[in-house]
Design a binder for this molecule. Structure first.
Ligand SMILES: NC(=O)c1ccc[n+]([C@@H]2O[C@H](COP(=O)([O-])OP(=O)(O)OC[C@H]3O[C@@H](n4cnc5c(N)ncnc54)[C@H](OP(=O)(O)O)[C@@H]3O)[C@@H](O)[C@H]2O)c1
Length: 329
């Protein structure tokens, strides 16, 4: 790819996140929503018209076959990431795949192995990993502003009603893969040390998916992490990193806008605001473009090994909770 190339993104799916991707890409000069693929031609046409997208395909396969698509963005439910991503990789198309990356570790490994074998770029669209807040918080921690970190708490809860994507095991429902994944990433992006112990509990809905969960992690450097996620209530959604000399409060672990630094006794020191954003999803597209320009096969911000590590954690937690998907068999 040439350095002045506008990245042509092909969006797969026309749901909630597909719309956010289209809005985001409209605001970027380095990338564009060039094509959309839907299971239905009319839906694709409607979406393309609404968001001024050049190509509308009535199947995912047609979008993948378009030689002008530079990056396939997979915005289907997690249950359907595997098939479409596999098809795209077999056609040597770089892919950006929504979180949760796949249904489980087995599928994730197969996809990562295939991408590596074919030397095709692939990335997980866990948007928080690509955002400027990551380096701000890392710098605050490493500069010693809060002393030695001892405790991380993070919550992400939305009241999502009986959304099929949350309720149905065959769509990989539950709060963990949808929301808990952010809490786990919140820990891992600031504290990549080994997890020496992980435990958790969940309350299931009537279909057997986890609607509310709590997880406790102990890291090898002595940090304890207490995380919660729920698809059944309205949370405060903050993250707190508490150290021996103060704490950092991240206002929203799912798209941070402000990081508050407090010192001893919780005395306010300063608020640090992130740069103005389009939606916050732009960073993941820019990261993919940069990696493709530089000939890398994965993004620096979210290495594939990290994606696999998180999938393993979520497999382990679901096993403890008895939350099973058809793809686990
Ligand atoms: N990064 C974020 O902030 C964020 C936020 C929300 C969701 N997500 C992720 O994005 C993915 C999609 O979530 P969403 O909220 O956009 O879901 P959604 O509104 O239900 O849309 C999913 C789309 O996938 C396609 N699809 C293919 N097979 C499907 C099936 N069997 N059932 C339903 N839809 C199917 C449909 O498009 P066509 O009918 O056009 O084919 C549908 O519009 C999930 O992996 C989710 O975790 C990420």
């Amino acid at each position: 790819m040439k350095s002045d190339k506008i990245l042509r993104v092909g969006i797969i799916g026309t749901g909630w996140i597909a719309e956010k991707a289209a809005i985001t890409l409209r605001g970027l000069k380095e990338a564009e929503a060039y094509a959309v693929g839907s299971r239905n031609q009319e839906t694709a046409d409607r979406f393309a018209k609404q968001w001024d997208i050049a190509k509308a395909y009535g199947s995912y396969a047609e979008l993948i076959a378009d030689p002008d698509v530079d990056l396939v963005y997979v915005g289907t439910p997690h249950s359907h990431h595997y098939d479409v991503t596999r098809q795209a990789l077999l056609a040597n198309k770089p892919c950006l795949v929504e979180k949760a990356f796949m249904a489980n570790l087995r599928e994730s490994k197969e996809i990562v192995d295939l991408a590596r074998e074919r030397k095709v770029f692939i990335a997980e669209a866990i948007w928080t990993r690509y955002q400027p807040a990551v380096s701000i918080v890392r710098e605050l921690i490493s500069s010693g502003r809060i002393g030695t970190p001892r405790l991380v708490t993070a919550t992400l809860c939305y009241s999502m009603g009986e959304k099929p994507r949350i309720m149905r095991p065959d769509l990989c429902g539950g709060a963990l893969l949808d929301l808990g994944v952010y809490a786990l990433n919140f820990v891992r992006m600031f504290f990549p040390s080994d997890i020496v112990s992980i435990d958790g509990h969940c309350v299931k809905g009537k279909t057997g998916t986890d609607l509310t969960n709590a997880m406790t992690l102990i890291l090898s450097d002595g940090v304890l992490c207490n995380l919660q996620s729920s698809a059944a209530c309205v949370g405060k959604n903050i993250g707190v990193i508490a150290g021996t000399d103060g704490n950092l409060v991240i206002d929203n672990i799912n798209n941070p806008q402000c990081i508050t630094v407090n010192t001893h006794d919780g005395v306010f020191v300063e608020d640090i605001h992130v740069p103005e954003q389009i939606t916050g999803y732009e960073y993941q597209f820019l990261s993919c473009r940069k990696a493709l320009l530089e000939g890398r096969l994965e993004p620096r911000e979210m290495p594939l090994e990290e994606t696999l590590y998180i999938m393993q954690l979520m497999d382990d937690l679901r096993k403890k909770w008895g939350v099973r998907y058809p793809m686990d068999e």
